[in-house]
Ligand binder design. Structure first.
Ligand SMILES: *[C@@H]1O[C@H](CO)[C@@H](O)[C@H](O)[C@H]1NC(C)=O
Ligand SMILES: *[C@@H]1O[C@H](CO)[C@@H](O)[C@H](O)[C@H]1NC(C)=O
Ligand SMILES: *[C@@H]1O[C@H](CO)[C@@H](O)[C@H](O)[C@H]1NC(C)=O
Ligand SMILES: *[C@@H]1O[C@H](CO)[C@@H](O)[C@H](O)[C@H]1NC(C)=O
Ligand SMILES: *[C@@H]1O[C@H](CO)[C@@H](O)[C@H](O)[C@H]1NC(C)=O
Ligand SMILES: *[C@@H]1O[C@H](CO)[C@@H](O)[C@H](O)[C@H]1NC(C)=O
Ligand SMILES: *[C@@H]1O[C@H](CO)[C@@H](O)[C@H](O)[C@H]1NC(C)=O
Length: 686
């Protein structure tokens, strides 16, 4: 009979098994020799599978070593990697010392408990390749050399619990812990962990988060807690966490949150103390602001007496205080403000604010390293005269609500990182926006498709309009119009007739036309004999009015006067003034539909400026310097799409506004608006 073809395999398999089994015995024998006293029931004369606390499988492979609370000392074998069937290793509550043994590649290992010992180091890679590890506990080993949570544990996707409190862990918590699919428990209290809660914890299923009492202190904000909806117990006390307490109302299971002794600022969310499961909250020794939290469910609530609440009983703060806190909120509740802005009277010596009587009139937050945004709430402090926010790292845009501050004289936002369009402030406001490279970047880099080209068209028009009015050579503008609208001739005639009837508004347009010629002859001959426009005397305010009309035409794609429309729409200026902001998108030239939100902001600003320029009375009309302030950022960004006509009117539309102005100044010797604040002449139309 021929030998079975399976024989060699059988031989190899049995050999392998016996060799490994022998090596488990060798490792266990070494284990025994390292421990003092020998664990009870362990003896070199009996097979290790029979020792107390040792469990083996049917192949006599060791699967469990259970030696908790045996008063053992000594150091373990440096290498347990041959125990490849080991699943559970329990050595907690002894006095074991020396390095943590090498456990790498023990893919069956599920639970390791080394708590409460006297181990001295965690050598590199001892936790590498533990593919089945679920629970690793190494807390209360105070003599470990400083070590970090090993990146090797990223190979343990089944990890559900990592406990290393009081074990000399230092440096940052690694990001991968937040990416584990099910990881409910992290306990790192009483270490020297620093840095922030990893952003990967956003949305993680952690229930038990103990990061309290770090030697130097963890820092950063704790916003991420709001997204950790499985949280039950959060201990963050004795750290350097800052910023506000987030709204934890999605954390339905949270029963215990300890936040004392940090640098937390801002208003405590009113939802906190009414969370359904909450039993215990400690907020003592922070810089929390605003109303003192109420305690509707009568939980264990510790507030201490060193926070910055406005009053020492629950209830709303003074309205001026509330507004200043809104301003602080947009800045992320900086610690410097929280330290000074305490109590319920903003005029009782708060830093960065100046009062007149009981009113805050100046806010000076220059050079404070602030980030965040400018709160629209500034507008609620109606007596404000000056706001200094310069030389910080503020982002976002200047809220248009600030234009309603009637007493405002100075708004300095220079040297930040603001973007967006600049709202139209009254001419009386000295607005300083320099040093914000992104400000006025309306269209972004994404202008594409019809939106992009449509705004390009608008922009080309606006560029030309601004340049033209600045230079005072309006005829170019009309040339531009003639090239755009075939029926201009009829239109000018109508405007002219309208002007003759003494309607001041369109007379303004007509007079500009008149003065600079370049209009059909018949208009000129018909147009003589009436007021300003007949004599050709044009004032700056009239120019501004005409500019406003042109802007409206550009925005709506409509003529200043259109008899083909229903009566209430015939007169563009009158109609446009009645259009509410929310209706502007409908009023726009159809080629300007599909603008993105940012571009629409620019359009709103131009629309607002147009309305401002065409004010009924000349006095409220802004001067051109102001118009330029509004338009200049758009000019920088809004590049014409069609370039066919460039330079044909003596204007290269690719030039920046300042470049073009410079050229004109050299050509014509006029003073530009960039030399003096305002281009306007005091002279007024009657
Ligand atoms: C088994 O362990 C002994 C020492 O205990 C070692 O000399 C031997 O090389 C090991 N055998 C295998 C196959 O690893
Ligand atoms: C632990 O064991 C693995 C595999 O045997 C080895 O590659 C590694 O170098 C060992 N690490 C230490 C610190 O001994
Ligand atoms: C821990 O080990 C150190 C020496 O490394 C020793 O001085 C100390 O007594 C040990 N502590 C305990 C509780 O065994
Ligand atoms: C790991 O710990 C959790 C509780 O923290 C427990 O439910 C689970 O059974 C433990 N895993 C093992 C393998 O013991
Ligand atoms: C705490 O950790 C920092 C680094 O994060 C280190 O510089 C410092 O020495 C550590 N302190 C102690 C006592 O280990
Ligand atoms: C968490 O993630 C969500 C969505 O992924 C995001 O909106 C939120 O801003 C993140 N929170 C923090 C604090 O990073
Ligand atoms: C300014 O803000 C933008 C985002 O709005 C950011 O991409 C950029 O890095 C910031 N620049 C500076 C210098 O902080």
């Amino acid at each position: 009979m021929p030998p079975s073809p399976f024989l060699p395999i059988l031989l190899v398999t049995s050999c392998y098994t016996s060799i490994v089994a022998a090596n488990d015995s060798a490792t266990m024998a070494e284990f025994l020799t390292t421990l003092t006293p020998p664990p009870s029931g362990w003896s070199s004369s009996t097979p290790s599978c029979t020792w107390k606390g040792i469990t083996c499988d049917s192949s006599r492979r060791v699967t469990t070593i259970s030696l908790a609370s045996q008063s053992l000392s000594g150091s373990l074998p440096s290498d347990l990697t041959s125990l490849t069937s080991l699943r559970l290793l329990y050595l907690q509550r002894n006095a074991l010392s020396g390095p943590i043994p090498n456990l790498s590649s023990l893919v069956s290992l599920q639970e390791v408990n080394l708590d409460n010992n006297n181990f001295t180091s965690v050598p590199a890679s001892v936790f590498k390749g533990l593919a089945g590890l679920q629970n690793l506990s190494i807390s209360n080993n105070p003599n470990l050399l400083p070590w970090t949570i090993p990146a090797d544990l990223a190979d343990s996707p089944a990890l559900v619990s990592l406990q290393a409190a009081g074990s000399n862990v230092f440096r940052m918590i690694p990001e991968f812990l937040g990416s584990l699919s099910s990881f409910p428990s992290l306990r790192l209290s009483y270490n020297n962990v620093s840095g922030p809660i990893p952003s990967s914890f956003n949305g993680s299923g952690i229930q038990n988060l103990w990061l309290n009492n770090q030697l130097i202190g963890m820092d950063g904000r704790i916003d991420v807690l709001a997204s950790m909806t499985q949280l039950q117990q959060v201990w963050l006390h004795m750290n350097k966490f800052s910023g506000p307490i987030p709204d934890l109302s999605s954390c339905h299971s949270l029963f215990d949150i300890q936040l004392r002794d940090n640098d937390l600022t801002g208003i405590v969310p009113s939802t906190l103390t009414s969370l359904p499961s909450l039993v215990s909250v400690n907020l003592d020794s922070n810089k929390l602001q605003g109303p003192m939290p109420d305690n509707p469910r009568n939980i264990k609530l510790i507030l201490g007496d060193s926070n910055s609440f406005c009053r020492d009983v629950p209830g709303p703060c003074d309205s001026q205080v509330t507004t200043l806190l809104e301003i602080a909120a947009a800045l992320g509740y900086p610690l410097t403000l929280a330290e000074s802005w305490t109590g319920n009277d903003a005029c009782a010596g708060w830093t960065y604010v100046t009062c007149q009587g009981k009113d805050v009139i100046v806010i000076t937050l220059s050079k404070q390293g602030l980030w965040g945004t400018i709160s629209p709430a500034f507008a609620k402090l109606t007596p404000l005269k000056s706001i200094y926010l310069n030389d910080n790292d503020l982002t976002g845009s200047i809220p248009s609500s600030l234009t309603t501050l009637t007493q405002l004289q100075t708004l300095d936002v220079s040297n930040n990182n603001l973007s967006g369009s600049v709202p139209t402030f009254p001419p009386s406001v000295s607005l300083i926006t320099s040093g914000n490279p992104l400000i006025g970047k309306i269209l972004g880099d994404r202008s594409s498709g019809s939106g992009g080209s449509a705004s390009g068209g608008l922009v080309a028009g606006v560029v030309v309009a601004v340049l033209v009015l600045l230079g005072g050579i309006q005829f170019v503008l009309y040339k531009y119009y003639f090239s755009k609208r075939r029926n201009m001739k009829r239109r000018w005639t109508r405007i002219n007739e309208h002007g003759k009837q003494g309607r001041v508004n369109d007379r303004a347009v007509a007079s500009s036309v008149n003065q600079y010629g370049e209009i059909p002859d018949e208009m000129l001959s018909e147009g003589s004999g009436q007021g300003d426009y007949a004599t050709g005397r044009v004032t700056t305010k009239v120019d501004v009015y005409a500019f406003g009309v042109v802007l409206m035409e550009l925005l709506t794609g409509r003529k200043a006067l259109d008899d083909s429309l229903p009566d209430e729409m015939t007169h563009l200026v009158a109609w446009f003034r009645r259009v509410k902001k929310e209706d502007i998108p409908k009023a726009l030239d159809p080629t300007l539909s599909h603008l993105d939100e940012e571009s629409m902001e620019g359009v709103y600003n131009v629309a607002e400026l147009a309305g401002h320029c065409t004010a009924r009375e000349p006095n409220p009309r802004p001067d051109m310097g102001h118009a330029v302030n509004v338009m200049a950022p758009l000019v920088e960004e809004w590049k014409p799409v069609a370039r066919a006509d460039e330079d044909s009117y003596g204007i290269n539309v690719n030039m920046s506004l300042p470049q073009a102005l410079e050229r004109w100044q050299t050509d014509e010797g006029i003073t530009g608006i960039f030399d003096s604040v305002s281009y306007s002449h005091p002279e007024r139309s009657r």
